[in-house]
Structures are given as structure tokens and as C-alpha cells.
Design a protein around this ligand. Structure first.
Ligand code: FAD
Length: 282
């Protein structure tokens, strides 16, 4: 069972100082890698690279996220070379979110193009992960079209898929079944978002198009002024989600940690993932 933990590049000196401690706490679960997000149109280029280098320097396998935005293939190639020299062996290749301020304009590229650029630049030197959407990408014209583009990313050279988060395991199983039927043979690892704060979670989900089921929304809303109770409820819900996913054959879990270790740690402990031991389901 492949475990991975996602960070974003910290925006403050305090956040930067604390992140290695967060990574240390999560490292006891022996993740396959930590990943570090990349801001829209390269807005965190330095912050992402800095965080990646610090985690690598701390002895942790780290996968930078990368999107092309308005960068040239040469610029992407130079960054990939820098990462390879530093010891990176895996990249999460994305189209990226729209930078704020460009409204409805289409980004110049898609993730398939980035996968092709990286593959043609460095062959098989890197494992490439791409994003998948069990609930369908919000801009996709149809579920079938979305899947077709996912297949194109895989055919272009992606080795694995990490999904957007969701709270109904059936969305994942249906997605996996449809992906397999479409000839997608790479591992599909579900993305897991712990629930710790009502307002932030609802805003974030709206932004990325992740569905918050009504029952979950209502239950979390009832706890909005009682964060400890909300956290306990969230840990229970997300633990059960992970158990169902692993029991149904999910090959791993990718946690959107939001640079925090508490809820993710509790969920991993509940799943019986300790000191590198795989949980009973895997
Ligand atoms: P694509 O695969 O390019 O798909 C985007 C949309 O275009 C889809 O609707 C698809 O159906 C359609 N499409 C794809 N190819 C074509 C084509 N050839 N012609 C027409 N339409 C096409 N965002 C960030 O900014 N930084 C991050 O670090 C980041 N990390 C993420 C990590 C994970 C695991 C996930 C699931 C998402 C992440 N995101 C991140 C969000 C992601 O960038 C957005 O969801 C973005 O809107 C789509 O990215 P993608 O790589 O899936 O794009």
C-alpha cells in the first residue's frame, strides 16, 4: 500500500520553520513520498523548489508538482534537470489551477502536453503521476470526455493517477471501473482530504469542484463553532472512507495534509499504519 503526503510551500517563515517537523511526524508512517504543490502559472516556483530541496536534504523522498502555465518547454526542461540533479525521482504533472485574474481564459496547455514535454526531455528517468477526477473535472464536457483525456495523459507516459478528493467511496470504485474499461492500466490512488475546519473546507471544495454531500455538510456545519468536536467527527468519517477504499482494493492513499500532521496521523493510526506496517486490508 502506497502512502503519500502532500504539502504546499509555506508562505511564512514560521510555516517554513515548522514544515520539516510536520514531515518528521508523518515520516514514521514510511510514506513512499511527500509531494509539494506548485502555484498557478509558476507563482510558487521558488517556494516549491525550496520546499522540495529542504525535504530532500532531510532525507525524504519528495515529488514536486509541476504545471506548465505559460512556461516554455525549455524552461520546464531546465527545472526538471535541476530536480533530477537534486535526487527527485517522481513528479506530479498537472495543468494547474487558473491564476486568479485571468477569468475564463483557457490556459495555454493541458497536463497531457506537460507529460509529453517531460517524457521527451528525460525519458524514463522520472515516475510521472497525473490527476484524476472520480466526480468528473468541473470543466469537462462529459464524464466520457474527461476519461478520454485521462487516457491520453496515461498514453503520453504517466505511470500513475492520484485523484481529487471525494467522500463517497462508490465515486472512486465507479471511476476505477470505467478507467479500467477504457484501457487505463496504471494504479489509481485516491486523494484524501482530512476534515478539520468547516469554513475553509467548504470554500476549498467550491473552488476545486469537489462535492460535499449534504449529510456531511450539515453534520460539519453543526460543529462549526466546536472545532475539537468537528475534528473528531472528521477523523471518524475519513477513517471509514479510507477503510472502505482499502477494503475495495485501493492501492494506496494520498493525503492532502494542508501542512498539518494531527488529523492525518490519527487517521493513519486508526488504519493500523504504523512504523511502515501496511494496514490489514492491503
Ligand atoms: P488536465 O488533465 O489538462 O485537464 C483539465 C481539463 O481539461 C479537464 O476538464 C479535461 O477533461 C480537459 N482536457 C484535458 N486535455 C484536454 C485536451 N487535449 N483538449 C481539451 N480538453 C482537455 N493545481 C495547482 O495549481 N497546483 C498543484 O500543485 C495541484 N496539485 C494537484 C494534485 C492533485 C492530486 C490533483 C487531483 C489536483 C491538483 N491541482 C493542482 C489541481 C489541478 O491543477 C486542477 O484540477 C486543474 O483544473 C486541472 O489539472 P489537470 O492536470 O487535471 O488538467
Amino acid at each position: 500500500m502506497r502512502l503519500s503526503f502532500e504539502f504546499f510551500p509555506p508562505r511564512t517563515p514560521k510555516g517554513r520553520a515548522g514544515l520539516l517537523g510536520v514531515a518528521d511526524r508523518l515520516n514514521r508512517f514510511r510514506p513512499a513520498f511527500f509531494s509539494v504543490t506548485y502555484g498557478a502559472d509558476g507563482s510558487t516556483r521558488e517556494g516549491t523548489a525550496d520546499t522540495v530541496h529542504r525535504l530532500l536534504g532531510h532525507g525524504m523522498a519528495t515529488a514536486p508538482h509541476l504545471s506548465m502555465g505559460s512556461d516554455s518547454a525549455e524552461r520546464i526542461g531546465a527545472l526538471v534537470d535541476e530536480y533530477l540533479r537534486a535526487g527527485v525521482r517522481r513528479i506530479v504533472a498537472l495543468r494547474g489551477d487558473r491564476p486568479s485574474g485571468i477569468g475564463g481564459a483557457r490556459l495555454p496547455s493541458n497536463a497531457e502536453a506537460l507529460v509529453r514535454v517531460i517524457r521527451s526531455h528525460c525519458g524514463d528517468a522520472l515516475q510521472l503521476e497525473v490527476a484524476g477526477y472520480p466526480e468528473v473535472h468541473p470543466e469537462a464536457e462529459s464524464p466520457a470526455g474527461d476519461l478520454e483525456f485521462l487516457k491520453r495523459k496515461v498514453d503520453a507516459g504517466a505511470d500513475g493517477i492520484i485523484t481529487q478528493y471525494f467522500y463517497h467511496p462508490y465515486a472512486f470504485f465507479d471511476f476505477r471501473r470505467r478507467a479500467e474499461a477504457a484501457g487505463i492500466g496504471v494504479p489509481i490512488v485516491p486523494g484524501i482530504m482530512p476534515l478539520t475546519n468547516f469554513t475553509r473546507f467548504v470554500r476549498f471544495s467550491k473552488g476545486c469542484g469537489a462535492d460535499v454531500p449534504r449529510w456531511l455538510y450539515k453534520r460539519l456545519e453543526a460543529y462549526r463553532d466546536d472545532e475539537p468536536a468537528l475534528r473528531e467527527f472528521g477523523i471518524e468519517v475519513v477513517t471509514k472512507l479510507c477503510q472502505d477504499l482499502l477494503a475495495g482494493g485501493a492501492p494506496g492513499l494520498h493525503f492532502y495534509t494542508l501542512n498539518r500532521w494531527g488529523a492525518t496521523t490519527r487517521i493513519c493510526e486508526n488504519l493500523g499504519i504504523a512504523a511502515g506496517r501496511a494496514p490489514a486490508h492491503s
